[in-house]
Design a protein. Structure first.
Ligand code: BG6
Length: 498
């Protein structure tokens, strides 16, 4: 049993989608596995009118639909839900926050526990400032440090809309919390396979010596989805893939694959290295944005043999929307390790397949011993780190085909998570919530890596605002994205790992 401090977890936006699909199932999963404080209280804070009992009913349904541990027995749920409360509230009303303050004080004394509180913002970003101001105005967190209790705030992406708004949001957060109390969630960092990137690189002696521009030709990072925008039109149409995926998940993957070894495996040392890495990403001029960044939007097409509508036909999307549902770019990292190695990064919706992977391609042989025997075009070596699905790593090499003739064929050496460990990995949210309660920030974005990523993304957004509107839609649903994304690699004699 993990030894976690008694905690009160307040979920703002507790009746929303994220809370029901991800947060409550993760809280229950942790509790059921014993990775939860013995003394705990969960308080839902949202606008929808529920009482404690009707709120618990909705949670039971969500957990039964989404929790890794489902089906959930009613008896178990009754034990868990004894600690759940609901506060119908308004984000802009001080009264609601006063009630929350009275609630946390009363419950801490009833449960005879210190007032350790996690404030989890699972609301639309439009009310972040209201919630932060509410917490500040009623003095919810003042003096907790002196009294030996902790206060932590959890914030979901998008952390802002561009560099400026991200900076303002940050300032507001820092007017209430210290940086070491702020947990910016990027759920990719909670994925086992993403955490394994550092283990793969730094727990093995054989890869790191060749993980540089002497041996690596280029790197591809792809997050391809076959789902469309679904019911998230309101949020997505204002964000696009550039803010939804590139600014956060893709920049985190880039950082992990390319950072220098940290001095210690701890939150600050790892995040210091990420900041150094992101600072070395070459800035994009307007010309670079024109030539090295591709954006796309899906049209109608076929996914799994079924017809699907185009982005502009989705409910809640304007007929003339110029929001990007696909983006690809070529970046360079100007440092000793990576000088001259292009990183091609792409993410998009309604594509032919669902996969997230990092492909590291090694340089071709300096000399082919086998050329004289008629074997000229041997495939270059590569390491493919599959983040999802089929989590694992494959190393692609050339091997002699059995037989009297000398024939060299590409083969894969495969490590597969499920068959090697025979365990199902915890959900990303379980891992991240566990870390929040235990106070470990290693898997969370820090203000500076988040802002540097925004700098790059804002320069692209500014570039786009100076360019002509794109000819959207420009790729069919069920394809690999716009042809310009293929051309980005073709121009360098390469192709995506489709
Ligand atoms: C979310 C984005 O952060 O990540 C979604 O908002 C995207 O648009 C999702 O679909 C992808 O996450 P995963 O875990 O399915 O790869």
């Amino acid at each position: 049993m993990a030894n976690l401090k008694p905690s009160i977890i307040v979920i703002f936006g507790a009746s929303g989608d994220l809370a029901h699909v991800k947060i409550f199932p993760a809280l229950y999963g942790l509790w059921e596995e014993g990775f939860f404080p013995e003394t705990f209280i969960i308080a839902g804070f949202a606008r929808t009118k529920f009482d404690d009992e009707s709120f618990k009913k909705t949670i039971f349904e969500s957990i039964n639909s989404y929790c890794r541990k489902r089906p959930v027995s009613e008896d178990n749920f009754i034990n868990f839900s004894k600690h759940i409360y609901y506060l119908p509230s308004q984000y802009a009303e001080q009264e609601s926050f006063k009630k929350l303050s009275e609630f946390t004080t009363a419950k801490a004394s009833e449960y005879n526990m210190p007032k350790n509180v996690v404030y989890y913002l699972s609301t639309p970003p439009s009310v972040y400032d209201n919630v932060i101001d509410g917490i500040k105005n009623v003095g919810l967190v003042s003096g907790t440090f002196k009294s030996g209790c902790f206060s932590r705030v959890v914030i979901e992406k998008p952390f802002g809309y561009d560099y400026k708004s991200a900076e303002e949001l940050n300032k507001n957060l820092l007017s209430v919390f210290n940086e070491d109390e702020i947990y910016r969630i990027d759920h990719y960092l909670g994925k086992e396979t993403v955490q394994n990137i550092l283990a793969f690189r730094f727990a093995n002696a054989i890869f790191e010596p060749i993980w540089n521009n002497k041996y690596i030709e280029h790197v591809q990072i792809s997050a391809l989805e076959s789902i469309g925008v679904g019911l998230r039109a309101g949020y997505f149409d204002k964000s696009g893939t550039i803010r939804d995926m590139m600014q956060n998940h893709m920049m985190q993957l880039l950082s992990l694959v390319a950072i220098e070894p940290p001095a210690l495996f701890d939150a600050d040392d790892i995040r210091d290295e990420k900041v150094k890495l992101l600072k070395s990403v070459r800035h994009l001029s307007l010309n670079d944005v024109k030539n090295c960044v591709v954006r796309g939007q899906y049209d109608r097409g076929m996914i799994n043999n079924k017809p699907v509508i185009g982005y502009r036909e989705e409910e809640g999307i304007a007929l003339n929307s110029f929001t990007d549902t696909f983006m690809a770019m070529k970046l360079f990292i100007d440092n000793y390790r990576w000088a001259g190695v292009p990183f091609y990064i792409r993410a998009g919706k309604r594509l032919k397949t669902f996969k997230t992977e990092i492909c590291v391609y090694f340089k071709k042989l300096p000399y082919s011993l086998f050329a004289k025997t008629g074997i000229e075009n041997m495939r270059q070596n590569s390491v493919i780190i599959t983040i999802q699905p089929n989590e694992g790593i494959s190393i692609n090499i050339g091997a002699k085909m059995p037989g009297f003739k000398l024939d060299i064929e590409p083969v894969n050496m495969v490590f597969n998570y499920r068959s090697s460990f025979k365990l199902s990995p915890p959900e990303a949210y379980e891992r991240l919530i566990y870390d929040i309660i235990s106070g470990d920030q290693t898997l969370f974005a820090r203000y500076d890596d988040m802002l540097i990523a925004w700098e790059l993304i804002t320069s692209i957004l500014n570039g786009w605002s100076k360019m002509e509107s794109p000819a959207f839609p420009n790729y069919e649903a069920g394809s690999w994205g716009p042809k310009e994304a293929d051309n980005l690699l073709k121009a360098d004699g390469l192709s995506w790992n489709n």
